[in-house]
Design a protein around this ligand. Structure first.
Ligand SMILES: Cc1ncc(C[n+]2csc(CCOP(=O)(O)OP(=O)(O)O)c2C)c(N)n1
Ligand SMILES: [Mg+2]
Length: 561
């Protein structure tokens, strides 16, 4: 037992759990934590907006499997950080939002900036609580890490009153948390083999939380040994090397219709890790709820998820790692019965992701009169060719991300950072967290013009902390996604979806980043290489055709009906 301040206890728990970075906007309410971090070992990255700091913590949690820690001040800070808590919940990412709270002596008087943190975050977070006593802070912190990392991972929010943090107690040293994991019974594997033995059109859907390099390698081994086709759930495209003969595409927004049809036509779905949420199931239509027509094996670490919606023929409450290790240890079921089905799915995927030369901007008149633009599909294919397998690609929300999902092939686990919550403003902060975790890897953030300006101020963070990421701004002068829906529902009545943008190159340069405007596809590869080699954060303002609203879809055609 030794005397520690509350702030030191927080730092001790981070260190004990291998949490080597924390993301914050400072506040006077948690000076004692900042002071404890002065002595290390965690690296503290100060952001310019709490939403960004929280998003960076989500990305850290996804990349490392350890809770991403975000430190913010009471009312204004915690409410600004709330988007990250929601994304961590939807993304099953372990995260701790630590909120400096007003002192206990004034709690409940609506003191300056006071916020009832458990009440505000209770329905969003996996758990939200408030510390009342420095002597019990270790108990609370250890529980927070356990809750964030056990079962289906998620966000925990703790309010830490100023005087709990600056006060102290004699406490035992922090011990690393080892979350208990449910497991795989021999009978589960026997049933799995039996279901596979009776299948003719099986399909794996992989995704969800808890993936590691080992789990991803095990998935590849079992899938290829049994020649199983593997689709991935929404924004889980890095679960299987996209070059594997088993990889057949993603079930995200703008699904490949042939892949969707394959899910419908399958006689056995092996869901390894995903929740089977609204996007993955195309509005719960690919798998009917609560009893799908296909036979269903559902593997998930959270018991509540298995109990939520679908009635599986075999439900296995286990993280993907132990499940795949157990599956790998039994002899593979021969895949001859469905080899042709898998090959057809793979061939279809390869055709789907081949970028085609765009028709050109949707302007009437001869081709030579049309303004030059960057074809995003071709640019992303060029980017993939120039990046190593372990490069991280982060994005936020917007129609531009449909191109990323379709035309960038992910090759290694832990290289895709994209919010399953569909939150704009995620990409750049997530990229910065990726650069903290993997300083040696190239990291690219792809953002829409709308998306980027929800977090563009973090270019300052990138420059200050020497986090040399490359930002691609897909500039179409509009909130394209919403404009697409608007034209479909209310053709020609454009309101609230046009954007008058700043000069992104000048803006980025003002922050101290390298920057270029790129106006045609041919210029992209060289500009991208210059950005990678800039030796500082770099931004490319990609001028794309505003009429190209989704791959193969023109806004003008939509309007004509
Ligand atoms: C934080 C947040 N606010 C609003 C939305 C609703 N929304 C979804 S996509 C979108 C437009 C995105 O525009 P942009 O980033 O320019 O990408 P584009 O669709 O033009 O490719 C909006 C406003 C959202 N998903 N997240
Ligand atoms: Mg846009």
């Amino acid at each position: 037992m030794q005397h520690r301040t509350g702030g030191q206890m927080v730092a001790d728990h981070l260190a004990a759990n291998g949490i080597d970075a924390a993301f914050c906007v400072p506040g006077e309410s948690f000076l004692a934590v900042l002071d404890a971090l002065y002595d290390g070992p965690a690296r503290l990255i100060g952001f310019r907006h709490e939403a960004s700091a929280a998003n960076a913590a989500v990305a850290y949690g996804k990349l490392t499997g350890r809770p991403g820690v975000c430190l913010v001040t009471r009312g204004p800070g915690a409410t600004q950080a709330s988007v990250g808590v929601h994304t961590a919940a939807q993304d099953s990412a372990p995260m701790l939002l630590l909120v400096g709270q007003v002192g206990r002596a004034v709690r409940g008087r609506e003191a300056f900036q006071e916020l009832d943190v458990p009440a505000v975050f209770g329905p969003v977070a996996k758990w939200a609580a408030e510390a009342t006593d420095p002597a019990r802070l270790p108990e609370l912190l250890a529980r927070a890490v356990r809750v964030a990392t056990s079962g289906r991972p998620g966000p925990v929010v703790l309010a830490l009153p100023e005087d709990v943090l600056s006060g102290g107690a004699r406490v035992a040293g922090a011990r690393p948390v080892r979350p208990a994991a449910p497991g795989v019974a021999p009978a589960d594997l026997a049933r799995l083999r039996e279901l596979l033995g009776g299948a003719r059109r099986p399909l794996v859907i992989a995704g969800g939380p808890g993936w590691t390099e080992v789990a991803a390698a095990d998935l590849r081994r079992v899938a290829e040994a049994s020649r199983l086709p593997v689709a991935v759930s929404f924004r889980s495209q890095d679960t299987l090397d996209n070059r594997s003969p088993s990889y057949v595409g993603d079930l995200g927004v703008s699904q490949n219709p042939a892949l969707a049809e394959r899910v419908r036509a399958a006689d056995l779905i092996l869901a390894v890790g995903p929740r089977l949420g609204e996007i993955t199931t195309a509005g719960y239509r690919l798998l009917e709820a609560p009893v799908p027509r296909q036979r269903l094996v559902h593997v998930h670490p959270g018991l509540a998820e298995l109990a939520r919606l679908y009635q599986a023929d075999l439900a296995v409450n286990a993280p993907v790692g132990p499940f795949l290790a157990a599956w790998r240890s039994v002899p593979p079921v021969k895949g001859d019965a469905w080899a042709a089905w898998t090959e057809a799915a793979r061939a279809n995927y390869q055709a789907w992701v081949r970028p085609w030369p765009a028709a050109g901007p949707g302007h009437p008149g001869p081709a030579e009169d049309r303004p030059a633009v960057v074809d995003l599909g071709q640019a992303l294919a060029a980017m993939r060719e120039r990046l190593p397998d372990d490069a991280v690609v982060a994005s936020g929300a917007g129609n531009y991300s449909i191109w990323v999902h379709r035309f960038f092939q992910f090759r290694r686990h832990g290289t895709q950072l994209a919010p399953k919550s569909g939150a704009m403003g995620f990409g750049l902060p997530a990229a910065l967290a990726a650069k903290v975790v993997h300083p040696e890897r190239p990291v690219v953030a792809v953002a829409g013009d709308g998306d980027f300006l929800m977090c563009g101020q973090e270019l300052a963070t990138a420059v200050q902390h020497r986090l040399d990421v490359v930002v691609l701004v897909v500039n179409n002068g509009r909130y394209g996604t919403i404009r697409m829906h608007q034209e479909r529902t209310y053709p020609g009545r454009v309101i609230g979806t046009e954007l008058q943008n700043p000069d992104f190159r000048a803006l980025a340069e003002a922050y101290g980043a390298a920057a270029e405007t790129v106006s045609d596809t041919e210029a992209f590869p060289a500009a991208f290489e210059r950005a990678l080699a800039a030796g500082r954060p770099a931004l490319l303002d990609l001028r794309v055709d505003p009429d190209a609203i989704a791959p193969g879809l023109q806004l003008s055609a939509l309007r004509r009906g």
